[in-house]
Write a protein that binds this ligand. Sequence first.
Ligand code: PRP
Ligand code: URA
Length: 208
Amino acid sequence: MSKVTIFNHPLITHKIAIMRDVKTGSKEFRELVEEVAMLMGYEALRDIETVPVEVQTPMAKTTTQMIAKDLAIVPILRAGLGMVNGILALMPTAKVGHIGLYRDHDTLEPKEYYCKLPEDIAEREVILLDPMLATGGSAAAAITLLKRKGCKNIKLMCILGVQEGIDKVITAHPDVSVYVGLKDEKLNEIGYIVPGLGDAGDRIFGTK
Ligand code: PRP
Ligand code: URA
């Protein structure tokens, strides 16, 4: 059964409020995407597997816990790229794969144009990153692709989502845990989140 976490945390909500503002420029927007990803990652990694290790402190020998395996972080291009450094700040040794998807403007169906993943991705826990979960088509397609490569343990992290997108992902992939910073009201007639924050890729990279 899917686990869906909607953060609704004041720190995250505050940062998203600044991101929503049409007057916020790319530099600040990019910094906020990274900061929100880091805040979300801290919680999303709460159940990551640890193993006991022996450590000699200045005072005594003790058995404590360390993270068992490195992660793979997989941003969906383009906008997911903005979240990568936030997660790498928490797990600097994680490997990074990339999945390139864009939404066809007419059908809103995701089109794959790039995929490069760590060779051992099937053995890693995967954090899939995309700031926007709208129809859910892109995230669901990226998860299908990761599963075809053998991934068994996948978490999806999105900054803003709507119920429709969440439902699409958890219906297609009930084994995936979904983390959403805030849930917005609805999609408009061209599949954009409302009130949302506009086109995340364009705002991160300043392309419009
Ligand atoms: C955006 C966003 C997601 C997707 C979400 O990407 O970053 O990948 O749309 O929409 P969905 O849930 O309806 O699939 P877009 O296709 O605009 O590509 P871009 O990041 O390259 O601009
Ligand atoms: N992709 C975006 O970047 N923004 C939306 O609102 C929906 C999809």
